[in-house]
Design a protein around this ligand. Sequence first.
Ligand code: NAI
Ligand code: MG
Length: 351
Amino acid sequence: MTSHRIALIPGDGIGIEVLPAATAVLDAVGRRHGFTLGYDTFDWSCERYEREGAMMPADGLDRVRHHDAILLGAVGRPGVPDHVSLWGLLIPIRRTFRQYVNLRPITTLDGVAGPLRDAEGVDLVVVRENVEGEYSEIGGRLNRGFPEEMAVQESVFTRAGVTRVLDYAFELAAGRRGVLTSATKSNGIIHTMPFWDELVRERALPAVSWNQEHIDALAAKVVLRPREFDVIVASNLFGDILSDLAAAVAGGIGLAPAANLNPERDFPSMFEPVHGSAPDIAGTGVANPVGALWSAAMMLDHLGHAEAGDEVRAAFRAVLAETPVRTPDLGGGATTKEFTAEVLNRLGTAG
Ligand code: NAI
Ligand code: MG
């Protein structure tokens, strides 16, 4: 029997509430598909930061380096600045483990009414560059407190970094509907974005029909004509914004999954729902676990169990399409546990 070692980082707030849903469902499909998952849980979080002054221990990355994958809930806590949780945990994991692809599938689900009158049949994937671009450490602040105070932040786009994420996106598109849209802004950002556009032309695959759109117009089109998109490839910042927007179009942030992939598999990849720690509902037991379940399904795909991943996706889709059971963010009255129990039921292993 195949067995995988998973590092679990529940984090803060509803991260702690949705990860048990994910592991329950993973264990259930594992039993049916002949693999087991062993978990090591790490308490790395803003709560730990408040207690010990760091999101994770100094040797934290080494403790998860040899796991097969990392499953993360969410981090963030009122009173702890958001850049602490991002730069103290998520960004070191993404960069040290070369998780340069951030994959965010966005699909409308039957039974979930999104904010648009007609968004049925949306099925797109945002491929976000995940380790360079606008999220850089290069820059600084000068003259703090004086009228001439200033801040400078440099974007970093490398040929190697852009090329590898474009190659991933083109190949993904070739295996889907064969359509790729590149998010750009080469009219206003006159050095990095024309470079990005050049590399897109260079790496394009003949089997893929592609075009480029300025990010502002693209944002509008994702709202107005979301069905037209298949794969959207974007820089770190553009991809971040666009994927939250597209997730909202498809029905809500609580549903959206993400994978931080190291395609070469030299290091573990990390799977996490797109949502944050939701302090406004944390502790009430009503967080929507679908984003976490879907992320867990993507982890199964990555571990070579795509059939089991499909089964998880089919199970939560069936609950949403065929029953009234749903969490309050989707207009229902179910708790996280009740919804998860219904998903486990569909998997034939009520737990
Ligand atoms: P958020 O995603 O935590 O919440 C935004 C809104 O959506 C809230 O009203 C929340 O109740 C609702 N929501 C989110 N997920 C939900 C779910 N699964 N079920 C039901 N409702 C859900 O984003 P926000 O408020 O901007 O950030 C809160 C904290 O989370 C901050 O500290 C932020 O830095 C952190 N954060 C962490 C992320 C991560 O760990 N990857 C990602 C985004 C935010
Ligand atoms: Mg975001």
